[in-house]
Design a protein around this ligand. Structure first.
Ligand code: G3P
Ligand code: CA
Length: 385
């Protein structure tokens, strides 16, 4: 168990010590820190530090640019995203870089580099056999010879225009960029930082948490009131991080039948279905400040793929003082609930505003989306309704 917190001593407390930076973060005067930023539709569990619902740019503005590139992060920021997400994996020489997985086959041009052909291999990552190229087999210098590309070109053909334009970002460079952009804008750039496969990397001697904590400290982002969240699908990673830094932690929750990989390795029989019960949420609230559930845990889908009735998760998590940042909303039909699809082209946009609205009505505190501009308009609609 990590450094535990008492329920109630969470993000709202952060507002009390945030001062001018927090006021600037929401673009208001200091008195607004105590205000309800949800527009009167419920308690503001970000403590006035972010709008409610907050729009988290998932891997940047990944609906429009190849994910986890400076092109994607900058566009998200320019669109006005409230928070920008990074997923972190290590290089062979221990640097943290921004990739959704350590398998970089689909998101870089590594397959076009004959000098790296011999690095293609098959590995078991979190129990799954994967064949490709992996960040932990490349030094940072080698990784920087690669270029990022669109992960889902069949769905997002337009994004392939940018294939080859950007490198794989070094996380420290993202921190420098956030600092520079924060100064330029006169308000902090919020980040939502995920440790990927932490148990797997610990076993390889490439522990993520101390590396992340060291960087957060170096850039003054380790405090309770720092403009970032740390997140993980492995609760023990949050527990480890909370021993090293004080910024808010978010426990990610996948499908009900799934088990966090650290649970599997430790022989903990609990599934996500157990963790979303009141007892499970009570346990999470001992070390985390929020949860990041897959959207289906908030509103399950009917057998035909349309939205069903909301669960009690929002109410139950809020009762434990936890914020909810569900994932992931995307504009394309193929990703939308069936009742919000429009036309027959899976890659065309459906009624994303309708779907955002349905999720916002449940009382969530924020949402991860590949389309931050759509999410921001939907959030504005929600606040002014
Ligand atoms: O971290 C929130 C969301 O990004 C989790 O899903 O798989 O996209 O990292 P994933
Ligand atoms: Ca993520």
């Amino acid at each position: 168990m990590g450094q535990e917190q008492q329920p109630g001593r969470r993000l709202v407390l952060g507002a009390a010590v945030l001062g001018a930076a927090g006021a600037a973060a929401v673009g208001t005067g200091g008195s607004a820190l105590a205000d309800d930023r949800s527009g009167g539709r419920g308690k503001d569990r970000h403590g006035g530090r972010l709008p409610v619902p907050a729009v988290v740019a998932h891997r940047g503005a990944s609906g429009y640019r190849p994910e986890h590139t400076f092109g994607s992060y900058q566009l998200a920021l320019d669109m006005g995203a409230d928070v920008i997400e990074q997923d972190l994996v290590p290089t062979k020489d221990g640097h943290l870089v921004c990739r959704h997985e350590n398998d970089i086959t689909a998101t870089t041009d590594v397959a076009d580099h004959p000098e790296f052909a011999g690095r293609k291999t098959t590995k078991k990552v979190d129990g799954k056999d994967l064949t490709g190229w992996f960040t932990e087999d490349f030094t940072l210098a080698e990784l920087h010879t690669l270029r990022a590309k669109e992960r889902i070109p069949q769905t997002r053909q337009r994004n392939t225009l940018y294939d080859g334009r950007w490198e794989v970002p070094l996380f420290e460079d993202v921190l420098k960029w956030a600092h520079k952009e924060g100064k330029r804008r006169g308000r902090p750039v919020w980040l939502h930082i995920e440790t990927k496969h932490p148990t797997y990397f610990r076993k390889l001697g490439l522990e993520l948490e101390p590396r992340l904590a060291k960087l957060l400290r170096k850039y003054g982002r380790h405090r309770e009131d720092s403009p970032n969240f740390v997140q993980s699908f492995e609760p023990s990673s949050i527990q480890k991080l909370k021993k090293l830094v004080r910024c808010p932690g978010v426990c990610l929750l996948d499908a009900p039948a799934s088990r966090p990989w650290d649970f599997v390795e430790a022989g903990d029989p609990r599934t996500v279905a157990d963790l979303v019960k009141p007892e499970g949420l009570k346990w999470i609230a001992r070390f985390a400040d929020g949860i990041g559930p897959v959207v289906d845990l908030v509103i399950p889908k009917n057998p035909d793929g349309s939205l069903g009735e909301p669960t009690t998760l929002v109410r139950d998590a809020h009762a434990r003082g936890l914020v909810l940042h569900p994932y992931t909303m995307r504009n394309e039909n193929t990703f939308l609930p069936a009742d919000f699809r429009r036309g027959t082209d899976p890659n065309a946009y459906g009624d994303a505003f309708g779907a955002f609205s349905a999720y916002f009505k449940t009382g969530i505190d924020g949402i991860f989306t590949d389309n931050p501009d759509t999410g921001l308009l939907a959030a504005e609609d929600f606040r002014s309704r």
